[in-house]
Design a protein around this ligand. Sequence first.
Ligand code: PDD
Length: 278
Amino acid sequence: MTTVYLNGEYKPLLEASINVLDRGFTFGDGVYEVIPIFNRTLFRFDEHMQRLENSLKAIFMENPYSSIKWRSIFEKLIDTVEQSEQSIYLQITRGVSERDHDISLADNPTIFAMSRPIVKQELSAGINAITHEDIRWQYCDIKAITLLPSVLLRHKAKQQGAKEAILIRDGYLTEGAASNVFICKDDEIFTPPKNNHVLPGITRDLLLEILASNNMSYSESTISEGALFNADEVWLTSSTWEIVPVIKLDNMPIGTGETGPLWQTINQLYQEFKSGYC
Ligand code: PDD
């Protein structure tokens, strides 16, 4: 039975419950994080904590706990799961109030965390993706729990036999429904710059760090829809997927239609970094 953390208590998942007037439930008024655990080690913990801090600040909330306290909660949860590869899901909502948009009515956040095994999907042969207009809002840099657009986008991808929707805003690539995007053209690597239309992915930033430390050049620059379709390779990054090659976009092959050589190199470097870290 999964153990979860809810408002100061550890309890079996089925015994954890919240008030139906929680603003997370009525308004989607909250933020979350997903932190991968490899070899029972919190991967890039500080970076995830910093993003949490930024998300909370952006929705006018304070972080209820110090990083030390968060770490101790996560470590307890990790110990309750058998598998060594897990991911922590943590969610903070503005708490319970009458159903009124006014945020000053809520002063006691709801704090929830759990750890789950990462179910490894075999994605190294590459996945299919679709393109779709970016139908989300203007604050995509906040890791908000309000994810209906992303849920619908993933569903549309699935309906078309694909695993991810790659989003286009005003003719330019932003990111995936739940991943960041990289493209390669003539051995050059590109990813869109961070702004309010893109979640600052921890895996994205780590990949850039790994490229820099291996003297591989890259550019954070706008990528047109045409450049996306013309790429030799397209990769998606996220904490749970790591780096996944896209081999077909809207049913058309990317490059040769197979996993590319640069992905092989980058993925190897990423796996080496992970082993060293954990
Ligand atoms: N999502 N962009 C979006 C919109 C995301 O939802 C995610 C991750 C990413 C990648 O960020 P990171 O590398 O920090 O995981 C980019 C998580 C995994 C989720 O919602 O489950």
